[in-house]
Design a protein around this ligand. Structure first.
Ligand code: HEM
Length: 331
């Protein structure tokens, strides 16, 4: 994929102007639908966490229908509702992603070259996710399937965020760095937030293992699976240190664009909230379900913020590399 795929081309004639306008409209529509699907995915993961922590994973005994019906009105209670709503939201996300991939191919001439491929990758993740969702039920919540289900959901969520961020128009993209920045300006590297995102992702998978094996209860109750619980506690160290390195590097670099500073602050806030929520979940032995659900959701938001930061920094580097006379400017 060439860097120029992200650089706006300025129209010179009437046809090009029309093409550029329709490009902007198509990109805006695609981007808006991506944000909606990403939000629905965040909600889906929260509902999935609530479903598990409230023991509602098998509240609908069959798949894909629930008690053989589209809406199981007679059996409806909180647990059935959670599992049923989880499937409804998943189906909506599935169809929206199919539509997204289809329209990305249809309008491929108005979009950066990589867009239809990235949308197709997102669609393939949804297919894997659907299969894992079905196995979760048929294999009676086998822990490795439940964990893989969370891992794929997070991968799908971050793929959407990357596509949406890279499709941001230059005007909505980060403001240029401060004018007093010394020359030659160097942007913070996207590699550091990418590393932090990988650590947070792995930490989330460990968290998924703790949840799906009920390792906290097992460890406190019969001193079993304490290794699983402890690995999640030890995993806090690389995830936290890499996030702190991101925040520190961005805040110390005078050339850091405003968007990077804001995102670094968000990463810091989410990290603190995540550690506090994890500690509370641990100390209260999962008795407050909302805390566990919030722990899952904030973890996904932390991962998402790091992925958005990585994508924006990567794009800024691509633009500045291709504009030698305008180094570091993202216009
Ligand atoms: C960067 C830091 C952290 C991240 C990204 C993270 C992420 C996660 C995720 C994604 C889950 C799965 C939730 C679910 O499936 O519903 C989880 C579970 C869990 N986490 Fe963390 N976590 C972090 C820090 C902590 C800390 C500091 C503790 C405190 C000991 C903790 C304790 C737990 C516990 C007890 C569970 C299991 C909850 C259950 O069984 O439902 N986490 N974590």
């Amino acid at each position: 994929m060439s860097d120029s795929a992200f650089i706006p081309e300025y129209p010179t004639g009437g046809d090009e102007l029309r093409h550029s306008r329709s490009s902007i409209i198509v990109q805006t529509r695609i981007r808006q639908s991506i944000w909606k699907i990403a939000f629905a995915t965040l909600l889906l993961m929260a509902v999935g966490s609530a479903t598990r922590v409230m023991n509602a994973g098998l509240a609908c005994p069959d798949w894909p229908l629930c008690y053989g019906q589209l809406v199981p009105t007679q059996q409806m209670n909180l647990q059935v509702f959670l599992e049923w709503f989880h499937r409804l939201d998943a189906a909506l996300i599935g169809f929206s992603t199919l539509f997204l991939a289809g329209s990305s191919w249809w309008f491929r001439h108005q979009l950066p070259r990589w867009t239809p491929w990235a949308a197709t990758f997102a669609l393939s993740l949804i297919l894997v996710q659907g299969a894992l969702g079905a196995f979760t039920v048929t294999e009676l919540l086998r822990f490795d399937i439940v964990t893989a289900h969370l891992g794929t959901a997070l991968l799908f969520f971050t793929t959407l965020l990357s596509i949406g961020t890279l499709l941001l128009p230059s005007s909505q993209a980060p403001a240029p760095p401060r004018p007093q920045a010394p020359k030659p300006p160097t942007l913070p590297s996207p590699l550091l937030p990418l590393t932090a995102a990988v650590f947070v992702y792995l930490q989330s998978i460990l968290g998924g293992l703790v949840g799906s094996r009920w390792a906290l209860h097992q460890c406190f109750g019969n001193s079993e699976l304490c290794t699983v619980m402890n690995s999640h506690i030890i995993g806090v160290v690389p995830a936290t240190l890499s996030c702190i390195a991101v925040i520190f590097t961005i805040w110390r670099n005078q050339n850091s664009p405003e968007f990077a500073r804001k995102l670094a602050a968000i990463v810091g806030g989410l990290l603190v909230a995540q550690i506090l929520l994890g500690t509370a979940t641990f100390k209260l032995h999962l008795q407050v379900e909302t805390l566990t659900v919030a722990h899952q959701s904030i973890g996904a938001m932390l991962l998402g913020s790091l992925v958005v930061l990585t994508s924006l920094l990567w794009r800024s580097h691509s633009v500045s590399d291709s504009q030698p006379n305008n180094a570091n400017l993202v216009n």
